[in-house]
Design a protein. Structure first.
Length: 326
């Protein structure tokens, strides 16, 4: 692709918009810069994000703030054990004197928060996954397109194993990123303690809409035009290949390597990273910056890995250190 076909003005406008979105979100989200970066990258890539973290660290607030600054409609679905697919997508109902009518579910929004997605059984989880993949749902005999852009942020609570339904690996693979949201730094927590959503209403933060659905769609189109050289493509392919050959020290802990979706995700996410940095071409550092988010949920580790405290992130660290950077 000829990078001269990409306007420098378009690149600059996009990177400036992203910067302003982050700055606006910082009014309510204290710290957690990497999480905010990954959420914005997920939107620009037209992907979806799985966010894992303990309760009370503003997972839901983060996506709510992102929806506000992106100028997009946001809806939240609390997943519970008795939640049905129709509670998500909608139903066909009969009303006397009106006849049959369709009531659309909360899935019809630009940004959807799937809170504690592992609380519901696989049938309900699958209804959301299908909507994510196809960007459409069928209610009764009618198929409806979902509003664009369409972005899902699903959250998981890593503390509990009782009463939860673990997402199958094939379904987790459909998320572009898996983000780990940890505890804030002590100084950040001081600010959170003094000014937070408990003592203030969300509206009190007065977040401005920096972007719009139309502008988000333009960004999603622009990211595909970012130049990625053959050398960087080979770098991505070597990273994915080594997860399958397991030819490295921690390879013995890997049961299954990354799927082809990992190559696709590294490809598009590195382009988005370059775009947000104001560049029209990808460098190897872009790939390294997004590698953990792309790969951590796509590596299936053995039981022995868990017993010995080996995490996916440790495996990815070694892989990145072994692959020669072009």
């Amino acid at each position: 692709m000829d990078i001269r076909k990409i306007s420098a003005g378009e690149i600059k406008r996009c990177s400036e918009t992203v910067y302003r979105m982050k700055k606006e979100m910082a009014k309510v989200i204290v710290g957690q810069e990497k999480v905010v970066d990954s959420l914005i990258l997920g939107v620009i890539c037209d992907g979806h994000v799985l966010l894992e973290g303990v309760p009370g660290i503003a997972k839901t607030l983060a996506i709510r703030a992102l929806g506000q600054v992106a100028g997009c409609q946001t809806k939240r679905i609390q997943f519970t054990v008795d939640l049905l697919p129709t509670d998500i997508i909608g139903i066909t109902t009969y009303t006397p004197k009106k006849g049959f009518e369709i009531i659309k579910g909360p899935i019809f929004a630009n940004f959807v928060i799937a809170d504690e997605i592992n609380r519901s059984p696989s049938k309900t989880q699958s209804a959301l996954i299908e909507a994510m993949q196809e960007k459409q749902v069928t209610i009764g005999k009618t198929t409806f397109k979902l509003p664009l852009p369409f972005f899902v942020m699903a959250t998981e609570n890593p503390l509990e194993t009782s009463g939860v339904y673990t997402l199958p690996e094939a379904q987790i693979d459909r998320f572009l990123f898996k983000i780990l949201m940890g505890y804030p730094e002590i100084e950040d927590e001081r600010r959170i303690m003094e000014s937070n959503i408990t003592i203030k209403k969300f509206e009190d933060f007065k977040l401005n809409a920096i972007s719009s659905p139309q502008e988000i769609l333009k960004m999603q189109s622009l990211v595909k035009k970012i130049y990625l050289s053959n050398k960087v493509k080979e770098y991505i392919l070597r990273i994915v290949e080594i997860t399958r050959t397991k030819n490295f020290e921690h390879g013995k802990y890997v049961e299954w390597g990354a799927s082809p979706r990992a190559s696709i995700a590294l490809f598009i996410a590195s382009k988005a990273k370059a775009l947000t940095q104001g560049r029209n071409f990808v460098i190897p550092k872009d790939v390294k910056d997004i590698a953990h988010g792309v790969l951590r949920h796509r590596l299936i580790l053995s039981y022995k890995a868990g017993a010995e405290g080996i995490t996916s992130d440790k495996v990815i660290d070694e892989i990145l250190s072994r692959i020669r950077v072009p």
